[in-house]
Write a protein that binds this ligand. Structure first.
Ligand SMILES: Nc1ncnc2c1ncn2[C@@H]1O[C@H](COP(=O)(O)OP(=O)(O)O)[C@@H](O)[C@H]1O
Ligand SMILES: CC(C)(COP(=O)(O)O)[C@@H](O)C(=O)NCCC(=O)O
Ligand SMILES: [K+]
Length: 281
């Protein structure tokens, strides 16, 4: 997993000269993740990447970006954290590189996906990017007959989003992530503390019971969505998972998942590579 450090910046091997180095940014409710790619295409080489918790957002330029040998020529991001956080990132991009920020808004159709949300613009833009990244992987999997795909993001919240074989986003679930579940249990009860337990089928102590309960809540939601998508489409869906806490599901044996560490980046690059109108916010 590449993005689990509290605040890490790293530079990948060789940095080939590129006409159009491209920065992608995903600002969630816990962390900002960034990636610098050689060009704005989905198969571009990842030159450098990092993550920072939102409390440390003001150190992005000093601690992550200032020392990069390659200057991005443009950027595209998605942000579901508040307006204030977005501004602080925009300021650093502008002051450091003179770079104007461009942010994805969810739309009725983009990147090969038709958005089935009742109000397409209200879909979280991070979900939209992940859905577009997942659909691209389904097309890559079988270009002639792409399978339906379930895009699961395990971050602050967990989202489970279904795309059918034609590339239509059918809808999806939002549930609390591991941290939110455990904090809710801790603050809502007198006797529970955040667990460091093990997952087991029939837990026999409090820590294991909490750890297993949280894992089963999320794994169960995935299993149910997977089953519904299978029934609705009559085909075996692809299951693609990503997000900072995705490794907590790695031992779940009930389903076979592909972990795509940079699923949101893949979606952002897909969007960047197609000529569409975007608002410079
Ligand atoms: N260093 C870290 N700091 C904070 N959360 C981390 C860290 N490493 C892993 N995590 C886990 O990843 C989750 C955040 O994942 P992420 O995908 O960055 O969320 P978001 O996109 O909502 O900000 C946290 O809830 C936590 O479970
Ligand atoms: C569901 C989310 C909170 C997930 O946020 P995250 O866990 O990535 O921080 C975010 O995508 C969001 O605020 N969505 C808007 C509501 C919606 O998608 O319906
Ligand atoms: K996210």
């Amino acid at each position: 997993m590449q993005q689990n450090d509290k605040s890490c910046g790293s530079q990948g091997g060789d940095s080939p000269e590129s006409d159009m180095p491209f920065l992608v940014i995903d600002i969630g409710n816990t962390r900002l993740k960034w990636g610098l790619y050689a060009e704005p295409t989905p198969d571009a080489q990842l030159l450098a990447h990092g993550a920072v918790v939102l409390e440390d957002i003001d150190g992005l330029w000093q601690r992550h970006w200032r020392a990069l040998p390659t200057r991005p020529a443009a950027m595209l991001g998605c942000v579901v954290a508040g307006e204030a956080i977005k501004r602080r990132v925009e300021e650093q991009l502008m002051q450091g590189w003179g770079l104007a920020a461009h942010w994805v808004s969810s739309s009725a159709q983009a990147g090969g996906v038709v958005n089935g949300y009742e109000h397409p613009q209200r879909l979280g833009s991070d979900r939209w990017a992940a859905i577009i990244g997942a659909r691209r992987r389904a097309v890559q999997h079988d270009a002639a007959k792409p399978p339906p795909v379930l895009a699961v993001m395990v971050g602050t919240a967990v989202t489970v989003d279904a795309v059918d074989a034609s590339g239509r986003f059918l809808g999806g679930l939002i549930l609390p992530g591991f941290g939110l579940m455990y904090r809710a249990l801790e603050s809502g009860t007198a006797g529970l503390k955040v667990p460091t337990g093990e997952v087991s089928d029939f837990p026999t102590n409090t820590s294991d019971a909490l750890m297993s309960g949280g894992t089963d809540a999320i794994a169960g939601a995935i299993e149910r969505s997977l089953r519904r998508l299978r029934v609705q489409t009559g085909r075996e869906p692809l299951l693609i998972m990503s997000g900072g806490a995705v490794s907590r599901l790695s031992h779940v044996e009930e389903f076979e998942a592909t972990v795509a560490e940079n699923l949101i980046f893949e979606g952002l690059l897909t969007l960047a590579s197609e000529p569409v109108k975007r608002s410079a916010a």
